[in-house]
Ligand binder design. Structure first.
Ligand SMILES: [Mg+2]
Length: 150
């Protein structure tokens, strides 16, 4: 994968990607990666499923000030991801999606032509793609691996 020559945008899923509900703590590398992209001029977004005070929880994270926008919705929809792209004012292919579920954010990201990264860890690590539309472009098991190719 080519190294981008200009700032891009990145959309993170929240639950089980940036945050571990089992340990009630941030995932290792979550804060570091958000700062890594922010400091390089990237626009950083979070798209999260609503419930259990999720929005307040995100606003209380140490990385909240670096998020360009947070979208919280009952179910993740294509429109939510497109809204990030519209806000970023960038082509869809310049936007990266990182999430733990191939059947949710990876599928949506692929549908929009974004670059998709499956964080294959935890509860949904064995939920494999059933179709080409669920095949991620990259697979990581540690968030800091993003630095290897972005
Ligand atoms: Mg998730």
């Amino acid at each position: 994968m080519k190294t981008p020559l200009y700032p891009q945008s990145i959309i993170f899923d929240f639950n089980r990607t940036l945050y571990n509900p089992e340990t009630n703590s941030l995932e290792p590398g979550a804060e570091e990666m958000i700062l890594y992209f922010y400091n390089r001029g990237w626009k950083v977004y979070v798209v999260a499923k609503s419930g259990e005070g999720r929005e307040e929880m995100i606003q209380r994270t140490p990385f909240a000030p670096y998020l360009r926008k947070v979208i919280v919705a009952p179910t993740k929809r294509v429109e939510d991801f497109r809204a990030c792209a519209d806000d970023a004012g960038m082509p869809l292919e310049d936007i990266v999606v990182v999430g733990d579920r191939v059947k949710s954010e990876i599928r949506i990201g692929k549908q929009l032509g974004m670059l998709t990264v499956w964080y294959r860890k935890g509860k949904f690590a064995d939920e494999e793609p059933d179709s080409p539309m669920e095949e991620p472009d990259e697979i990581i098991t540690d968030l800091c691996e993003l630095k290897n190719f972005l």
